[in-house]
Design a protein around this ligand. Structure first.
Ligand code: SF4
Ligand code: SF4
Length: 431
């Protein structure tokens, strides 16, 4: 099918109106390469990396084309061809994908160094002096670095958190990589909310990156290695659920079966794993019995008529992480959880499922396009009049925090689970 229904949902096509920059155009290129009519040239590789991987086209496609798989294979093909190689690119990929993100101890050490840089006068001194001499791109990169947390997840969460009441479930909590460094407080809030829902929460101190960064950047073997590590670190038969609070990671974590389909040792375990991995919103709604609409219709749902705004009412809007809504089809649950918070009014965000430009490392590799998308997103957020925007992915959180800072907005950017945890604490104090 070449219906083109995906075209209006594609941010890169929307920006350029060039067929090659659309899902249909990209699939045609992939097809031509698969049929040996085209070689995987640098132009092909660049096109695959110009794609955000937002998967909005998958939601729109009436034929059920699995763009996520096509896109990952295409990037792997581009990498294998060597067409994109350059000394600088090779070094960056070797340092980040093959070294830094393969061992979280290294990443945490880097996080501590970064924290030292951010919290001493060093950052402001270098910004005033040496950094001014650096190329603009490098200065932009420095400004995009998220603030590191003073403590990482292992310092904030006990290896086993007991349930707040009778034990209903035993779950494992995945603390992630960037999430662990920049949003360990969200991981702590997640453990707290799970405990309130009757879960015993197992949070191993030593964890690994989920491998989505590797799979999305054509490093399948490394992604497989990390998947196997997860199956060893979190034996799926020992938990009722394995919980993730990062939309991008969840979308990858739910597909280990395909990744390890040819592995006789791990194949079966991967199947069980895929069934046990749950996004935190999905799991909480499932176990708490909050009523929600299963379809995406909830996106346009109106808040209850009974709303009476008081000076204390918190106006919140919700930005959907691409991989939570398009990758995992989780749209209604975060909204229902937010609506369940007393004193909170949820205002729908126009184009809530349109990419904010973060898209993994897209804001680093394609800053112009990423900034265009960010400006569009911030304009919509401003139009809602909300003082808080909730979003459930570390990349989106970083992107929106930076955007709000640059535009001088008085806007709190927060994970929905943090709002839920804060409401729970308030309730406990009132008892
Ligand atoms: S993943 Fe996003 S950017 Fe890429 S083709 Fe699909 S809609 Fe366009
Ligand atoms: S990917 Fe789906 S929506 Fe897009 S042109 Fe092909 S069939 Fe149509």
């Amino acid at each position: 099918m070449h219906c083109g229904l995906c075209l209006p949902t594609c941010p890169t096509y929307d920006a350029t109106k060039v067929e090659r920059n659309s899902p249909r155009g990209r699939i045609a290129l992939m097809r031509a390469i698969a049929d040996d009519q085209l070689a995987p040239t640098k132009t092909f590789g660049d096109e695959m990396y110009f794609c955000l991987g937002c998967l909005a086209c998958m939601t729109a496609c009436p034929a059920g084309v699995n763009y996520a798989e096509l896109f990952e294979h295409a990037r792997a093909e581009a990498e294998a061809s060597g067409a994109l190689r350059s000394p600088k690119r090779n070094f960056i990929r070797a340092f980040t994908l093959r070294w830094l993100f393969m061992d979280l101890r290294r990443l945490r050490a880097a996080g501590r160094l970064l924290r030292f840089y951010q919290c001493t006068d060093l950052q402001s001194f270098l910004r005033r002096t040496v950094l001014k001499l650096f190329p603009q791109r490098l200065r932009e990169l420095e400004a995009l670095t998220p603030d590191m947390q003073p403590k990482f997840s292992a310092d904030l969460i006990a290896p086993v958190t007991p349930p707040a009441g009778p034990k209903r479930f035993r779950v494992a909590l995945l603390t992630g990589c960037v999430q662990d460094l920049a949003f360990s407080d969200v991981n702590r809030d997640t453990a707290e909310v799970l405990a309130r829902a009757g879960c015993e929460v197992v949070t191993p101190r030593e964890q690994s990156c989920c491998g989505s960064l590797h799979a999305h950047n054509g490093e399948w073997e490394l992604a497989r290695e990390l998947a196997r590590r997860h199956l060893e670190q979190f034996p799926p038969d020992q938990f009722d659920a394995i919980i993730t609070n990062a939309g991008g990671c969840g979308s990858h974590l739910k597909h280990f079966r395909k990744l390890l389909a040819d592995d006789p040792v791990y194949r079966e375990r991967a199947e069980l794993w895929d069934r046990k991995v749950k996004d935190i919103h999905e799991w909480l709604v499932q176990v708490s019995g909050i009523r929600y609409q299963v379809s995406g219709d909830a996106r346009g749902a109106k808040p209850p008529d009974t709303w009476h705004l008081t000076p204390d009412t918190l106006i919140v809007t919700y930005h959907e992480s691409c991989h939570l809504c398009h990758g995992q089809k989780i749209t209604a649950q975060p909204r229902e959880l937010l609506r369940s918070i007393p004193g909170l009014k949820l205002v729908e965000l126009p184009e809530s499922s349109w990419c904010c430009g973060s898209a993994g490392v897209y804001n680093l590799t394609h800053p112009e396009m990423a900034n265009e998308l960010l400006a569009r997103k911030l304009a919509h957020i401003r139009s809602t009049g909300a003082s808080v925007v909730a979003t459930a992915n570390p990349g989106c959180l970083v992107q929106l925090i930076q955007g709000a800072k640059q535009e001088g907005l008085n806007l709190r950017v927060v994970h929905p689970i943090t709002l839920l945890a804060e409401a729970g604490r308030k309730k406990s104090l009132q008892r």
